[in-house]
Design a protein around this ligand. Structure first.
Ligand code: ADP
Ligand code: ADP
Length: 232
């Protein structure tokens, strides 16, 4: 579902250049939950931002759902991006919009008609368990509820892939577990492919099928979680 081929990202130029990714290769299969773990500065966030081309790779190719995103023009890329949802450590919600309108946002951008929009938003509210909070603003929600809104918004365009950028790092352990459980439910229910990056082993061991360890911009080890990290 996701294939990264010889992916390279260099920030800056000449004497100030930082190589964040150095010829990285990675394949994530359809329907799996794949975790990338590594220390701060290893290249995790660059990696995940390159997949939807929030960050332009310096070299290499990004394939998602059988299409080479790095070869697409602006308009085609915009369409392909709807197949890729993303959630963030700090949720990135619109603070002046309600839960309902945050979730509706991508649907409005896509020009979804009002009947379909309403039923889709209601379906998503129910999927993430926020039916009773649809009229609230982000400031009135707990961290876990905010991330549920983030998840619902990411799923609004029925993506094939969900990218999770340190999605539980700002949450306490109990809330982390409830969000991880929700991600697992969604993966099982919708057959959604999930790629997550984290610096927390707990996240990997709770829900990932496979894991890759990233170090200095390259994958140094990968495989089924139980093989890469023998459980105690
Ligand atoms: P991680 O998410 O694992 O902490 P990053 O992808 O953020 O790693 O960073 C990888 C390397 O790239 C680090 O050396 C970091 O300092 C550098 N880097 C990240 N973003 C930028 C940027 N916008 N400009 C310059 N260097 C950057
Ligand atoms: P339209 O935007 O097409 O006029 P509606 O009359 O259904 O659609 O909704 C108007 C606004 O009311 C929405 O943008 C949203 O802010 C709010 N709204 C609608 N349904 C709900 C709901 N179930 N929960 C919270 N707010 C809602």
């Amino acid at each position: 579902m996701i294939e990264l081929k010889n992916l390279t990202k260099v920030y800056g130029s000449k004497s100030r250049a930082t190589t964040a990714l150095s010829g990285l290769n990675l394949t994530v299969d359809k329907g799996e939950i794949f975790g990338v773990i590594g220390h701060s500065g290893a290249g995790k966030s660059t990696l995940i931002r390159c997949i939807n081309l929030l960050e332009r790779p310096t070299g290499g190719e990004v394939w998602v759902g059988g299409r080479n995103l790095t070869s697409l023009g602006k308009r085609e890329l915009q369409l392909e991006r709807r197949r890729i949802g993303m959630i963030f450590q700090h949720f990135n919600l619109l603070s002046s919009a309600t839960v309902y309108d945050n979730i509706a946002f991508p649907l409005r951008l896509a020009g979804t008609d009002r009947t379909k929009l309403k039923s889709k938003v209601e379906e998503l509210l129910s999927l993430v368990g926020l039916e009773a909070h649809s009229g609230k603003y982000p400031s009135q929600l707990s961290g876990g509820q905010k991330q549920r809104v983030g998840i619902a918004r990411a799923l609004a365009s029925d993506p094939d892939v969900l990218l999770c950028d340190e999605a539980t790092s700002a949450l306490d352990p109990q809330t982390t577990d409830s969000i991880l459980k929700l991600l697992l439910d969604i993966n099982r229910k919708l057959g959604l492919t999930i790629l997550l990056i984290t610096h927390e082993m707990h996240v990997i061991q709770s829900i990932c099928d496979r894991v890759a360890v990233i170090h200095e911009g390259g994958i140094v080890e990968q495989g089924p979680v139980a093989e890469v990290f023998l459980k105690p």
